[in-house]
Design a protein around this ligand. Structure first.
Ligand code: NAD
Length: 518
């Protein structure tokens, strides 16, 4: 990769170091970043410094049009490649991801601000979903049903859909693509990916590894394309009639814009949107275990996971104890450069995210809340432009509007309850429905929370936090979270079309439902 305009203007020492590290990691993956455009372009801002470290050409609607046309063309060949041979490409992708795990994780840290251990975990999730997809490539199958007519067979088949468009968020810059792409490819679809404009480098690197796996097996590169751009590119992908399934991950606002556009053109959508996840802490809970689970879920990833724990609903008999324990745990949380060993809380994505968090805390105070710990901007040496904050715990007298919104930062609101019915009602009284948990040693409470009258979320856990899902289960949530399911279980069905077949192998032509037609 050559130096860019950004690289030669006055970069701070930290941004220079980040640019060089990103360039080196890209190089090890085999990516030469495109030359920056003469004017404009997409600045790559690292949250570690808060400054642009590189500038890339920005894709617009015409680039998306060309990418979808190529993907539609590639689909005609790819759909006929035997499933296990498609699986072999994903198996190779898993090997390449394993080989370049540290390189990709470094890019994730530089672009998304994740601490190294979580960035490595994100890449591991990509490797895991490749394993899942390879297994699927030999087991995707339909059912047979008994026909009411003699000498007839009734069955279903699953066929590839076509081009899958993937729009992804900054906070899981590569894993979300792999959940979609590994499954879509073994299903016989081709993919066009519009990553977050905040994380183009890790997306270029990921797709380069997949294209290497495709090339080694003699398949066209256009089976998987990345278009690096902003909202305009996303909107073009969403509106394109050739995109059979649009899988979009991001804010509730984005999902509300995307869904009607795809529905109006008769397309299919899969939405993975914001969450406002809660945990109930019952009187019988193992509080040592609960507090460990709560701190990781609420403060990990600097509160920037869709599954981050944002609301804690604690029985009134233990709420003071729980808050005191959280205060102690939060006071010792190491905040700083996410590459440094020992750091547990890295930066927020940008200054706007920090300002939204601080404004939410002001609103909570105005609603009668008390910030028990944290909730302040933090200066980190050598990074004056970065947006670090101390994770906050806020005691709230009630679940007010600010608590019912997703604020994408490390704010944990704590409310008290007296009966489990009251806790469940409070738990479900938010627009979102992604992830939830109960900490209890009482089987009746646990089963009630898991039952149809309990949590209304797509993910419901017992004695673990709300974040850190495994790829074997279907991932996603209800209500304004969008209703989509990705990754494991039978999520693959969303990437295929179901065909029902009736085959008559008799010499008669009986009609269904006993109809006589002459
Ligand atoms: P965002 O909504 O700002 O952007 C997400 C993506 O959508 C980006 O690629 C962006 O360019 C694109 N986009 C925005 N408006 C668009 C439009 N009108 N048409 C087409 N594309 C458009 O979200 P973000 O700030 O990157 O990510 C944080 C949000 O994502 C949080 O709300 C978080 O909860 C959510 N999220 C959800 C999941 C999940 O699985 N449920 C996973 C990760 C993140």
């Amino acid at each position: 990769m050559t130096s860019t305009d950004t690289s030669t203007t006055a970069l701070s020492p930290l941004s220079t170091q980040l640019r060089d590290a990103a360039t080196a990691a890209l190089g090890r993956v085999g990516v030469t970043a495109p030359e920056p455009p003469a004017a404009g372009g997409l600045p790559v801002v690292s949250p570690l410094s808060g400054e642009p470290i590189l500038t890339l050409p920005e894709a617009g609607a015409a680039d998306v049009d060309a990418a979808v046309a190529a993907a539609a063309d590639a689909f005609r060949a790819w759909r006929s490649v035997p499933g296990p041979a498609r699986g072999a490409v994903i198996k190779r992708l898993g090997e390449l991801l394993t080989e370049h795990k540290a390189d990709l994780a470094e890019l994730v840290t530089i672009e998304a601000g994740k601490i190294t251990s979580e960035a490595l975990g994100e890449v591991q999730e990509m490797i895991d979903v490749c394993d899942l997809a390879v297994g699927l490539s030999r087991t995707l199958g339909g059912r047979t049903m008994p026909s009411e007519r003699p000498g007839h067979r009734l069955m279903e088949q699953w066929h590839p859909l076509g081009v899958v468009g993937v729009v992804s968020a900054f906070n899981f810059p590569v894993a979300v693509w792999s959940w979609n792409t590994a499954i879509a490819l073994v299903c016989g679809d081709t993919v066009v990916w519009k990553p977050s404009e905040k994380t183009p480098l890790s997306s270029l690197a990921s797709n380069a590894l997949l294209r290497r796996a495709l090339a080694e097996a003699g398949h066209p590169a256009a089976v998987s394309t990345v278009v690096v751009g902003g909202r305009e590119a996303g909107e073009a992908l969403v509106a394109d009639r050739r995109v059979a399934l649009l899988s979009a991950t991001g804010s509730e606002r984005m999902g509300q814009q995307v869904a009607p556009v795809v529905a109006a053109r008769g397309g299919r959508y899969l939405l993975e949107l914001g969450g406002n996840n809660a945990a109930v802490v019952a009187p019988s809970a193992d509080l040592d275990l609960a507090v460990r689970g709560i701190v990781f879920a609420a403060a990990g990833t600097a509160g920037q996971r869709c599954t981050t724990l944002r609301r804690l609903i604690v029985h009134s008999s233990v709420v003071d104890d729980v808050v005191a324990r959280l205060q102690r745990a939060y006071t010792g949380l190491p905040i700083g450069d996410p590459r440094a060993g020992g750091t547990l809380v890295g930066p927020l994505t940008d200054a706007a995210a920090r300002d939204r968090m601080l404004a939410a805390l002001d609103e909570a105070r105005a609603d009668g809340g008390t910030v028990v710990v944290g909730g302040e901007a933090v200066d980190v040496d050598g990074a004056p432009g970065a947006s670090y904050v101390s994770p906050a715990v806020v005691r709230m007298p009630a679940q007010t509007d600010v608590v019912r919104r997703e604020t994408f930062g490390p704010v944990l609101y704590v409310m008290a309850y007296d009966t489990l019915d009251e806790a469940i009602a409070m738990h479900n009284d938010v627009p979102q429905g992604l992830s939830s948990a109960i900490f209890t040693m009482d089987v009746r409470e646990a089963e009630t929370f898991l039952s149809e009258g309990g949590s209304d979320c797509g993910i419901v856990n017992v004695n673990i936090g709300t974040s850190g899902a495994e790829i074997g289960g279907a991932f996603g949530g209800e209500k304004s979270t969008g209703g989509g399911r990705e990754s494991g279980s039978d999520s693959w069905k969303q990437y295929m079309r179901r065909v029902t077949n009736t085959v008559n192998y008799s010499t008669e032509l009986p009609l269904a439902q006993g109809v006589n037609f002459g």
